[in-house]
Design a protein around this ligand. Sequence first.
Ligand code: ADP
Ligand code: MG
Length: 250
Amino acid sequence: MTPLLRVNDVAKAFGGNQVLHGVEFDIAPGEIVGLLGPNGSGKSTLLNTITGFEAIDRGQIAFEGRRIDQMPAHRIVAAGVGRTFQLPSMPRKMSVMEVAMAASTAHHGVWGTLLGTAASRQAEAAAHAKATALLEQLLLTHVRDLPAAALSGGQKKLLGIVCALMGDPRLLMLDEPTAGVHPNLRRDIVAALQRLNAQGMTLVIVEHDMHFIREVCTRCIVLDRGRIVASCRPDELASNEHVVRAYLGS
Ligand code: ADP
Ligand code: MG
């Protein structure tokens, strides 16, 4: 079976700092993969290369059998890959609803908006309905008219998920979705991610919290200094010598 995502021999350096060294892994449809590794091991950079925020120096990335490594970020979104950010920053002057709606305009192009046609009004109404439903699912209805910048850190993470979901991704990659999030909201995020997966969405999640990983992930891949050193079930992590070495450092 064709993997949903295939990352093949991907290398990336910033100046003289070689951050990814020929990274290779596949993601199968339906998986919930935890992407683990110590700080600075290259997890966010790996997400940035897959989603077109950073160009790769070497290698290939394919989604559903199609190369995406030369595509600009917006085309990768259109191809079906969504992502959230480790530290979501929100515009000061837009409301939560407006931020969610803007994510939709980004996916469907600006032509209709510019032309102001009936079709675009219809698209806008559809985006509004979708944003309303997603804000409800991710428990943000009560803050939808507040400035997005006024949200708590955890609520910004939820809004980041809403924005990614506006593009109907088949693969959603999340960068530390529960770091710094209140335990109540963390439960909500876990429930939302499990629901999305049950509906058929494949997830790759950068996460440090072992409770979260054991509860949510079907497989873990571990990065150490820019190399994949392990791919195993969450319950096998503690007995994997490469994982132990990555975290203890040697
Ligand atoms: P992680 O997410 O695993 O903590 P990162 O991917 O953020 O790790 O960082 C890995 C390395 O890449 C670090 O040494 C970091 O300083 C470097 N790095 C990441 N992004 C950039 C960038 N845009 N420019 C220069 N160096 C970067
Ligand atoms: Mg990171």
